[in-house]
Design a protein around this ligand. Structure first.
Ligand code: ADP
Ligand code: MG
Ligand code: ZN
Length: 479
């Protein structure tokens, strides 16, 4: 029997506010444990939460960017449970009345093409603290710096069918949240994390099967691999005639498998009820309009503009707009260039190749947009050859020096002086009499051999456009 996977994703994104959602403690990452705390976020008796307006503005922005309907009135509930990282004994979260619902994201995958994934809801909530287990000393430590940091949870409809679609949805959502500047997207620090719900159903059947939930996946690869594993595991279970158990599972990237964390029998009853310390949240049209007016250009619009304004291919425009910082780098670099296509090629191949190799993102690029533009300028004005530009680029990446200085110090200016090139050509012909004879008796493929010899002599500085006709005529000249 054929089974069809059904996948729904829940994403927790940390909002980039300076202070927490219900108190004025800083959200700075990496401070000493419990340095970012106060009586409110440590759950002392008698304190009152005050909602951070910026967090709401960010949630509205995320809702608009994902085509959600924003609720005029939403509410904060208490989600009650005991755990040492939750000093109040409850988490404040929007449950019954979230700020936004009924959105969608359009994704594209190689195999399935364009597709729309529904977004069920976006709600606001506070993060819990962090437990650090130290089994060697038989101790667990608690750090409440993260307690009360604002999150939005973005819940997708179960519209996703493959690991690749899940990856495409997450990458798109991640890019959008960075574009609208509400989340730094740092997955290693947990600013963007995903729970994946997966079930199988017989192909053609409408009703969903029993699902499992994979918790806290913190990289795109992990999400794709974990879902793939889970599809195979559930297929195996069903093929054996057994039933999938509804449970929460954890992905172990080292072992490349999921393991059961807790079953449904231990499912919590959180006893949600409206938080009596917080009034309902009212978001009027005026506020929504204000946020809408300040929305930056989103990935799809930017891609379309790159294609029409810079005549880029769909593919190049897609790469360059996948990350807002890369798009900014590109636009800053080409501002004063005439050969935009050449610069785009260099960015998508040479620059991204370098960043990939070093595991850096564009914001940490060792080559600045300015210096990169200067290098492209030297190439455009034919001060250097393409071969030399590669060497200069590598030097820039190594030392951070600007291209003008490198070219000058190393004497890498292009040689396009005809007399100088003629002298070089003559020298190479004299040095290689056998090849010259072979060429003249018909082995014209040897042309590139002579080009290579001259490039070697000039360390790639000979201007191929001037050199080619000179070499042609000298080779065809009878002695
Ligand atoms: P919970 O709050 O218990 O996690 P929700 O109803 O909010 O449950 O669903 C969470 C996620 O699970 C959503 O993204 C939803 O699309 C997805 N989901 C629900 N049912 C299924 C199913 N049978 N198979 C796969 N995903 C599912
Ligand atoms: Mg869930
Ligand atoms: Zn605080």
């Amino acid at each position: 029997m054929e089974f069809e996977p059904v996948i729904g994703l829940e994403v927790h994104a940390q909002l980039k506010t300076e202070t927490k959602i219900f108190c004025s403690c800083t959200t700075t990452f990496g401070n000493a444990p419990n340095a970012n705390t106060c009586p409110v976020c440590t759950g002392m008796p008698g304190v009152l939460p005050v909602l951070n307006k910026k967090a709401v503005t960010f949630a509205i922005r995320a809702a608009l960017a994902t085509h959600c309907t924003i609720a005029e009135e939403s509410r904060f509930d208490r989600k009650n449970y005991f755990y040492p990282d939750l000093p109040k004994g409850y988490q404040i979260s929007q449950y019954a009345a979230p700020i936004a619902e009924h959105g969608h994201l359009d994704i594209a995958t190689d195999r399935t093409g364009e597709k729309t994934i529904g977004i069920t809801r976006i709600h606001m909530e506070e993060d819990a603290g962090k437990l650090i287990h130290d089994p060697a000393r038989g101790k667990s430590l608690v750090d409440l710096n993260r307690t009360g940091v604002p999150l939005i949870e973005i819940v997708s409809e179960p519209d996703i069918r493959t690991p690749a679609e899940a990856g495409a949805y997450l990458r798109k959502l991640h890019a959008i949240l960075k574009y609208i500047d509400v989340c730094d997207g740092n997955m290693e620090e947990g600013s963007f994390r995903c729970d994946a719900n997966i079930s199988l159903r017989p192909a053609g059947q409408q009703a969903f099967g029993t699902r499992t939930e994979l918790k806290n996946l913190n990289s795109f690869r992990h999400v794709e691999n974990a879902i793939q594993y889970e599809i195979e595991r559930q297929t195996h279970v069903l093929e054996q005639g057994d039933a999938v158990i509804q449970e929460t599972r954890l992905w172990d990237p080292a072992k490349n498998k999921t393991m059961s964390m807790r079953g449904k029998e231990q499912a919590h009853d959180y006893r949600y009820f409206p938080d009596p310390d917080l009034v309902p949240l009212i978001v009027d049209q005026h506020w929504i309009q204000q946020v809408a007016d300040q929305m930056p250009e989103l990935p799809e619009a930017k891609k379309a503009r790159f294609i029409s304004r810079y005549q880029l291919s769909d593919y190049d425009a897609g790469i360059l707009t996948a990350d807002i910082h890369l798009a900014d780098f590109f636009e800053a670099a080409v501002a004063d260039l005439s050969n935009v296509k050449q610069a785009a090629n260099w960015i998508t191949t040479t620059l991204l190749g370098l960043l990939n190799a070093r595991g850096l993102d564009i914001t940490r690029s060792p080559v600045s947009a300015n210096d990169f533009a200067a290098l492209m300028g030297l190439l455009e004005s034919q001060k250097i050859t393409a071969a030399v530009a590669k060497t200069v680029f590598e030097e820039m990446a190594q030392t951070g020096a600007d291209p003008g200085t490198i070219v000058q110090q190393k004497g890498l200016e292009q040689v396009s002086d005809s007399l100088a090139l003629q002298t070089l050509v003559d020298a190479v012909l004299v040095e290689n009499p056998d090849e010259v004879a072979a060429f003249r008796s018909g082995k014209t493929k040897l042309f590139s051999f002579f080009m290579g010899q001259i490039m070697k002599k000039t360390r790639g500085k000979a201007d191929p456009k001037t050199l080619t006709p000179i070499l042609q005529s000298r080779l065809h000249q009878e002695k």
